[in-house]
Every structure is written in C-alpha cells, then in structure tokens.
Write a protein that binds this ligand. Structure first.
Ligand SMILES: Cc1cc2nc3c(=O)[nH]c(=O)nc-3n(C[C@H](O)[C@H](O)[C@H](O)COP(=O)(O)OP(=O)(O)OC[C@H]3O[C@@H](n4cnc5c(N)ncnc54)[C@H](O)[C@@H]3O)c2cc1C
Length: 472
C-alpha cells in the first residue's frame, strides 16, 4: 500500500470540481487490493474520506482531517456473463464506454462528466441526459463488494432486502433501524435513499461516501441500441419549448419515446454561440432530444413520427438540427457538455464563483416551476444560465453574481429552495448534498428526517468517521 504524507502529495486530493477550499488531511493511502484496505481500516481510528476522480460538485470528497483513501489502483475491468460487467471503483466512465465499444452492450447512465470514477458515480447515484428513460446509476448496480470504515467486509447483492440483516465476512451482522423517513417521489439525489421494501444496495448507492466503501462493482448492461434519432430543436420563445414536454410525456412511450430531453435557455444559447456559431440568431430556447432505436427497420418510422409531431408545434423547424449519423449525435452531446465547461472557463477567467442549483419537482409542478424560475430570475439583475433535464423536471440554474452580488445571489437561491420545497421537491436531484447543500437538505427533511438518517448512519458508522462533514 502506498502512503503519502508530504503536503504537496496530499494537495491534489483536497480539491474537486466545486471550488471548495479548506479541506485538510494527515495522509493519503492507496491500497492495491480490498484486503489491504480492510487490514488498514481495522487498525485505524481517524476520520476516513474516500477519493474518487474528484469531479464532484459538492465538496464531498474533500476531507475534514484524518486520512484520505484513494482507490485509484482498483481499476480492473472484466466482462462477465452476458450483460454484466465487473469493474474496480476507479474505472472511469470514459474507460467503461471505450471498453464497451467493441461489444454489443450499453451502459445507459451517462453523466456529462466522463472522467468520473464508477465508485464516485455509485456514491453520488449519478445520472445524465438519458436518465429520463433509462433511470439513474442505482438502476444498473447488481452487486458490490463493500467495506465499512471499521474494516468489516461483505458482498451486497441486488435482492437483499433491508428487512433482512446485512451479514459480514467476520460473522457479525447489522439490522436496518426503524425509521419513518422516506425519500421524495421526484428524481432525487439528496440524502440516503429510503423506501419501504428496498434493497440494502439501494441504501449504499447515493450515500455520498458516508456509509460504506465500494471496492468492487458489478453493473447490469443493456443490448446496445442500433441507432439514435436525435436533434436540437430551436424555439422563438421559451414557453413553446416548455409546453412541448407534457405533450411528449402524454405519448406514454408510444410513438414518441425519447430517452433524453435537455433544455437550453436563451442565456445558455448566448454562451454556446462562442463555440457553435450556427445557432439561429433569433432563437430563445433549445431542446436536445434523442430516441433510441433497437432495430434498423424501425429507424425511418421513428424519424417520421418525430417530423409529424414537431410539424404541428411552435418550433423553428427549418432552423433546427437533426442528426445525420453518429458524428452528429456526438456533436449534439458535445453541445450539451459544452455549457457547464464554458461557464466554468468564463468564471475562472473573470474570478467569478457560480452558485449552481440542482433541484427537481414532480411532473404536476413542471410548468409552474418553469414560470417561477423565469419570473424570479428575470427580475433580480443577476447574470444566470439555465439548462438541464427537462424530462425529469430537473434544471440546473447557474447564478453568476459579481463580487458585489454574492450575498444577494444566496438570497435568490434561498427563495428558490423555499418554493421547490413547498412543492415537495428536492434540493438535489443529481449531484448530492456533500458539504455544500447541507443547510438546504436540513430544511428539506426537517429535524425528524435528520434524526432518522442519523439512525441509519449510526448503524454503519457509529463514530461518524466516514465522509466526515457530508450530508448530516
Ligand atoms: C463538468 C461537469 C459535469 C457534470 N455532469 C454531471 C452529470 O451530468 N450528472 C451527474 O450526476 N453528475 C455530474 N457531475 C458531477 C460529478 O461528475 C459526479 O458527482 C460524479 O459521480 C463524481 O465522481 P468522482 O469519481 O469524480 O467522485 P469524487 O468527486 O471523487 O467523490 C464524490 C463522492 O463519492 C465518494 N466516493 C468516491 N469513490 C467512492 C467509493 N469507491 N466508495 C464510496 N464512496 C466513494 C467520495 O467520498 C465523495 O463523497 C458533473 C461534474 C462536472 C465537473
């Protein structure tokens, strides 16, 4: 096992993509195997923070003291039986996708940041544009090798319910506590996942590095779609774009059945023009859609269905873009990927710090949510950009205050949180709570919710040593 104690070796592990500073640790340990990790943890009493690839946006991998465990050496990848792949937690989404190119298999969760490690994507239950149809990381995890912070190890398989005890290799076991807390109904990545009758696996996925350490992961794959019908639609006004979403959902997966529905408001389009000069000048909003096609002979029909549907709607059809092949599909994904990247680059040049929201509501509040966002943001004098997962009622608003507006931007954030919570939405549908959204999470679940989640944490980490400072 490699151990690093010099400050210059520890420094890279004190950062992630959140710009949070203030973390510290005594050392970084890099085990070669999970058994080495187990042996180390059995003799350890300090706080432990797990480092993935550091692309997280909530400072959850930034340590508050103690030791950083980096699993970067656990990066093996093997295709098992049909439709299952075994990976080490350090395997990145990029590496997994490259590995799958030569197979007929497909891993549906597609978070935008492909340098994320699979261990990190499990810990945050990451999702992406295709989650509208395919769901989130949790839906594709079949089995994990899990190590608790005290070094107890177990294999957690899909199907092991929380009504049964979780047994460890040393013969000990843990029972799930009595709690009344339940996760919200909308897409959600805030706090522990709690639903009656769920599997133990579901609890660990999305636990933000605070309940257990994933040292091996078995993922479920789907047969690769033969192609995607895909386009970027442009609109002369934003509301025409929003109104399309309930109509698409009303098809109930018949005829029109997209897997992605990604939004760009007029500010997002303005920013994107620096890299994509062919954006129609008078467009005020855009929607990236794609629908997967399983059989070649269905492609033309799916395409025709979309044309027929769209030609009845208020869309700048002649100015919209439709993919003519795999290269265009990649271009459209790059278009989507470019928006957070452009914002981050502009911010670091201007010394600005963005405040990023990640909230979601259920379908019935979708149009009200959009109207509320527009009204609130149009009237406050702050620079902002709005984009994201319209199909999941899940938008990313990036507030971009200058130095004199920072406090005001936090007030606007608070205002948005209050309204979303009134609709029983979530303060994080994708990135998790980490260290940055705890105030909002506490508001979301209340004192009773926090105490229930603490009971769960106490069963697995009674001394509160793993992922110290995250969530609770
Ligand atoms: C430009 C950009 C775009 C992004 N787009 C998306 C997106 O579309 N969807 C999305 O969901 N997220 C997105 N993210 C956020 C980020 O990529 C995800 O949260 C990702 O899952 C983090 O993975 P990581 O390996 O970088 O984890 P890290 O940042 O290193 O860690 C995140 C958390 O996971 C824990 N952890 C890591 N490995 C393990 C392990 N093996 N066992 C237990 N805990 C572990 C850490 O302790 C920490 O709590 C984006 C980020 C950026 C910068």
């Amino acid at each position: 096992m490699i151990r690093k104690t010099k400050p210059e070796f520890i420094a890279p592990y004190l950062r992630d993509a959140s710009n949070f500073s203030g973390g510290n640790a005594e050392e970084v340990v890099i085990p070669e195997t999970s058994d080495e990790l187990v042996a180390f943890l059995k003799n350890e009493t300090r706080p432990v923070t797990i480092a993935g690839a550091g692309t997280g946006l909530t400072a959850s991998r930034i340590p508050f003291g103690g030791v950083i465990v980096s699993l970067e050496r656990l990066n093996e990848i093997t295709l098992e039986e049909e439709g299952r792949i075994r990976v080490g937690p350090a395997v990145t989404l990029n590496k997994l996708q490259s590995f799958l190119v030569s197979t007929n298999w497909f891993y549906p969760p597609n978070p935008t940041e492909t340098w994320a490690s699979l261990g990190g994507t499990l810990a945050t239950n990451a999702s992406g544009s295709r989650s509208y149809k395919y769901g989130v990381t949790r839906d594709y995890v079949e089995e994990v090798e899990l190590v608790l912070v005290d070094g107890k190890k177990t294999i957690v398989k899909r199907g092991l319910k929380i009504t049964e005890p979780l047994k460890f290799e040393d013969g000990s076991h843990i029972s799930f506590p009595e709690v009344s807390y339940q996760s919200p109904e909308c897409k959600n990545a805030a706090g522990y996942f709690v639903h009656p009758g769920m599997d133990w696996l579901d609890l660990f996925i999305g636990s933000d590095g605070t309940l257990g350490i994933f040292t091996k992961i078995v993922l479920r794959l789907l047969p690769c779609p033969i192609d995607f019908v895909s386009g970027i639609l442009f609109f002369e006004d934003e509301t025409s774009c929003w109104k399309l979403i309930p109509k698409i959902k009303a098809f109930n997966g018949q005829k029109i059945a997209p897997c992605s529905l990604e939004y760009f408001d007029h500010n997002a389009l303005d920013k994107l023009k620096s890299r994509h000069q062919n954006i129609p000048p008078h467009s005020k909003a855009a929607l990236f859609f794609e629908q997967d096609v399983d059989q070649l002979e269905d492609y033309d029909l799916v395409m025709e269905n979309w044309y027929e549907f769209l030609s009845e709607e208020k869309i700048m059809l002649d100015d919209s873009w439709f993919a003519q092949g795999a290269k265009d599909i990649q271009k459209f994904h790059d278009f989507r990927h470019d928006i957070p990247i452009i914002i981050n680059e502009e911010n670091s040049r201007a010394g600005k710090v963005k405040l990023g929201t990640d909230m979601a509501v259920t379908d019935n509040h979708f149009i009200s949510m959009m109207e509320f966002y527009k009204k609130t943001l149009a009237n406050n004098g702050l620079d902002y950009v709005m984009f994201g997962h319209l199909g999941d009622n899940h938008l990313h608003i990036n507030l971009l205050p200058d130095a004199s507006q920072r406090e005001y931007a936090h007030q606007v954030y608070d205002l948005i949180v209050d309204q979303i919570l009134e609709w029983r939405g979530t303060v994080s549908a994708e990135h998790g709570v980490g260290k940055l959204k705890k105030k909002y999470f506490a508001k979301m679940v209340g004192a009773k919710g926090l105490s229930d989640l603490k009971k769960i944490k106490d069963c697995l980490d009674p001394d509160n040593r793993l992922g110290l400072g995250n969530i609770l």
